[in-house]
Structure formats: structure tokens, C-alpha cells
Design a binder for this molecule. Sequence first.
Ligand SMILES: [Zn+2]
Length: 84
Amino acid sequence: MNMTYRVKVDELGRLVLPKQMRINLNIKPEDKVFIELIDNVLSISKVNNQCIFCDKEIGLVTFKDRYVCVNCFEDLNIKKYKFI
Ligand SMILES: [Zn+2]
């Protein structure tokens, strides 16, 4: 699906993601996003998988439907887990 909106950047450089885009990307308050500039095109995408403790995005395991990195997981001293 392609969408184009015209939004205004405020004096601090902030802009509001249009509601329909947030709905389509399932972006909720406090979610993190990647912002990339590639060939003068700004791209925003949701950060989907990150450790609930340290925000690391690699080496994740799942625990009770949440993502935890291996280091934090070992700190929890849990024996059974599933690598993703
Ligand atoms: Zn972690």
C-alpha cells in the first residue's frame, strides 16, 4: 500500500506521523522506529524485535511472548527458551 501525506515540521524538527500510517504500521506511543536517509529519501520503519530490558536487537530469545537478549536472559537464569 502506498500513502503520501503532506505534514509540517515544527520549530524543533518534529513531525506527526499521520494516524492512518501509524495504524497500518502498528506504531503506538513509546514504540521505537528506525529513521533512514537513503538517496535523499527519508524512510521510517518500526523497530519490531528488541530486548525488553536493554533494547538490543540481535541475539534475541522469546520468553512469555516477549523478546529478551541472550545476555539478559542468562541474567534471568532461565533454563528453557526458544531461539528466534
Ligand atoms: Zn537485553
